[in-house]
Every structure is written in C-alpha cells, then in structure tokens.
Design a protein around this ligand. Structure first.
Ligand code: HGY
Ligand code: MN
Ligand code: MN
Length: 430
C-alpha cells in the first residue's frame, strides 16, 4: 500500500513533535535561575552555566558540536551534508532574562534552532546550521544590553568592557574570570562562512493575537536609547522640614516622569519608559535627597527618537530649575533602527505560506539580537503569537500549536534557503 502521507503532512507531524519537546524544554530551562521563586538568568552566571550543561546534552544527542565562547555565548554547529567549510545559517536568540521573567523570551528562539536540526535528520542540506544562545541581550547585570551578540560582531570593546555590575565587577573582569575557569572556551566571533541569521521570538505584544495569526514576519526593528537621569536635592527630616523649604529629589523625579509620558504621547508611535528608580537615602521619614532614574526610549525613526530624548532631558532641566534641584542627564546606550534583509524577509514569507500560515509584516518595538547582527549578516526574524501580549513577566506564554507552526515554517525556510544561497553565489539574486 503506498503511503498517502505527503511531505508536508510528514513535516507537520515532525513540527508537532518538535513543539511538544520545545515546550517541555522551556519548562526545564526555567528551573535554571539565580533567584528561587522567579526566573532570573544573567551574564556568565552559574544559572547560565546550568543552562549550557542542559542544552549541551540535548544538542550533542542531535549531532551538534557544542562550545561556549569567551563572551559566554552557547555555540552549536550542525554540519552541512557536504561537511567541510560550507556556508552557515545561524539560528539564534538569547538565554539570559530580565528579573522575574517568563519562560519563553529568548529561550524559545534558541530551542527552535535545535528543533530544526532534530527535525532535519533526513535532510541533506548544502549549508551548516549554527545554533547560538546569546549570553546577555537584556542587559540585566550591567545595564548595557546585547553583550553576547555585540561580542560576536566585534563591538564588545572600549567603555562597554568597563561597565560594572552591582558588585563593582566589570564586564572585562567577568569575562576573564569566566574564561580562566573554562580554558575550553572558543573565540567569540561569527564564522566568516555565516551566510544568514534567523531569529524566532515571541512577539511580546498583542498584534498577532488581535489578528488571529500564529506568525509575523519582522521587516525592521525600532531604534532604542537607554538613558540615566539623576535629580539631586537635599535630604532632610520628614517631620520638621516645611514643604516650601524642601528640595525633594523624588518629588522632582515624579513630576518629570509624568511629563515624559506626556511628551511620548505627542511623538506618535514613540514609547518612553522609566523602569528603574533609586531614591536615597531611602528612609521612610527622610526627604529623598538623590534620585537616579532609568529612561528607555524607542521609535522606528532615529531622528524622532533623538528628538524625544532631547525633549525629555530639557524637561528634566526645567523641573530641576523650578524646584531648586540639580540634574544630570546621559544617554549611555543606543542602537539605531534596523531594516532586515529584504530577500530573507520574502523567503520567510514564502516559507510560512508553503507551510499554510498567513502572516503580516511587522516592525519590532522590542530590541533583539537580530538588530545587532543585521548590519553584519543578512538577517530575518519571525514572531510567534504571544497570548495576552504579556512578556517580561511570569505569565508570559506561547501556544504549542504556534510553536509547531514556527517549526513547520522554519523547515520550509530551510528548503528555500538552499536555493537562495545558490542564487546568491551565482549572483542571480539581485
Ligand atoms: O528591551 C527589549 O526590547 C528586549 O526585550 N530586550
Ligand atoms: Mn526581553
Ligand atoms: Mn528577547
């Protein structure tokens, strides 16, 4: 009896199996944390080493050669059918988290690369697949994000290496300590055979759910600025200092924060967030004398983002002058907006269509490692529906059927990628 299973039904079945395993593995890796009761994994931490040990077992069982590089990125290469130094498709995302994180942000995109390899056992691809689990995309430990992906594109240098964590340990010292204890670490560079980068990530927003779509094709990522704003007033006794004589740094910061919100509303499609505020000395009966605020600003157009940052800093100076406070403002990190590779974006769209999934094109408001890699390697990114749009939160979730959709679409991407490579090599791809 001839089988009636078509290649795509077989593929869909492989995708379903891979999705079930991926969801299980996200649950296993969620146990690797630095803080009991929540998910927290930071740059070069013991919890990250635990993730590496667990993933190494899964990856080596799939025939992937595994290493960790000096920047703490997990690196796994599955050879091309032709072996040797074939071109590489890199599939990656990050393994670190924000504090009190969900179980899918970043991790899903790394495990999906492993799922492709496991679902490709019978394939004979003319390209190698490299799965990368970046060590630090969130910037939780040092405040500066993208340390892992910036290392592999040669940007981890200069002032960035001098950033210090809450214990006064610098990025450079953390890397040296980690690598000294692990002499087997490899250089943190991208192979010069890397032909493309592909990242899968939960949307971290409500759009796909609102359109009842499993997958979205990212064509660009908004630029981002990370700033520090510090208000300096005069600490004093909460009970004896008349209101008119105060120089309350926290009251000044509070007034400024509401103005930042109003400014962002004026700049259509901009977002501005004060996510962290440290008030000193922190006594309940002491007027705060010093307040440090973070400020995160995003927009798809860099000049608009720059104008918003300037406006926020001007407001801080205005509030400080009115209240007799001193103020310091600084932008310590920025990444320009990025457009992804038009050919790979179209290829991803075609792959989703072949797998039977309608998609929309999207611009990402969230930052991702793809925005660091894209200026160096043709890159594409695929979003998965994120129920409730909840992310950076323990209730972050993804549906197993949408993970299956992503794996199915990804296998169709691999089919098309071989032809894409051949056309690029012969110069027929314009
Ligand atoms: O902050 C971001 O956009 C990303 O989640 N790291
Ligand atoms: Mn994140
Ligand atoms: Mn992420």
């Amino acid at each position: 009896m001839t089988t009636t299973t078509t290649r795509d039904e077989t593929r869909a079945a492989a995708a379903d199996k891979g999705a079930a395993m991926l969801m299980h593995r996200c649950g296993v890796l969620a146990q690797c944390t630095e803080k009991q009761g929540e998910i927290l994994r930071t740059f070069l931490s013991p919890a990250m080493d635990e993730v590496h040990r667990t993933m190494r077992g899964w990856m080596e069982a799939a025939g992937i050669a595994v290493a960790v590089d000096r920047a703490g990125n997990l690196r796994g290469v599955y050879p091309a059918d032709s072996g040797g130094e074939a071109r590489r498709l890199v599939i990656g995302s990050h393994l670190d988290t924000v504090p009190n994180a969900g179980a899918y942000d970043g991790v899903l995109g790394v495990l999906i690369g492993l799922a492709f390899v496991e679902a490709s056992a019978e394939r004979k691809d003319p390209f190698a697949i490299e799965v990368i689990g970046f060590s630090d995309e969130e910037g939780t430990r040092f405040g500066a994000p993208f340390l892992g992906s910036r290392a592999v594109v040669g940007e981890l240098a200069g002032d960035l290496l001098e950033c210090v964590d809450g214990n006064g340990v610098s990025v450079a010292a953390a890397i040296t300590n980690h690598a000294t204890q692990r002499p087997e670490t490899i250089e943190a560079v991208l192979s010069d055979r890397c032909a493309a980068y592909l990242e899968f990530h939960i949307e971290q927003g409500p759009v796909l759910e609102s359109r009842d779509l499993a997958l979205g094709i990212v064509e660009g990522l908004a630029g981002q600025s990370r700033c520090k704003v510090e208000f300096r007033g005069h600490a004093g006794h909460a009970g004896t200092t008349p209101m008119k004589l105060r120089k309350d740094a926290l009251a000044g910061a509070a007034e400024w924060m509401t103005r930042v919100e109003a400014i962002a509303m004026r700049f259509g499609n901009a977002v501005a967030t004060v996510g962290r505020i440290d008030a000193e000395p922190g006594g309940v009966n002491v007027i705060p004398g010093n307040v440090r605020c973070s400020l995160d600003v995003r927009h798809a157009e860099d000049p608009v983002r720059a104008a918003l940052v300037r406006a926020a800093f001007d407001e801080a100076r205005g509030v400080a002058a009115k209240r007799g406070l001193q103020v310091g403002t600084a932008q310590y990190h920025e990444r320009p907006a990025v457009r992804l590779d038009v050919d790979l974006v179209s290829l991803a769209e075609r792959a989703a269509e072949r797998a039977g999934y309608a998609t929309i094109r999207m611009t990402s408001g969230a930052g991702h490692d793809a925005m660091v890699i894209a200026p160096h390697v043709p890159s594409a990114m695929v979003f998965l529906r994120n129920p409730g749009g909840i992310s950076h939160h323990p209730e972050e979730n993804v549906a197993e059927r949408d993970v299956a959709a992503a794996i199915h679409m990804g296998l169709c991407f691999l089919d098309e990628f071989a032809g894409h490579l051949a056309q690029k090599e012969t110069g027929k791809l314009v």
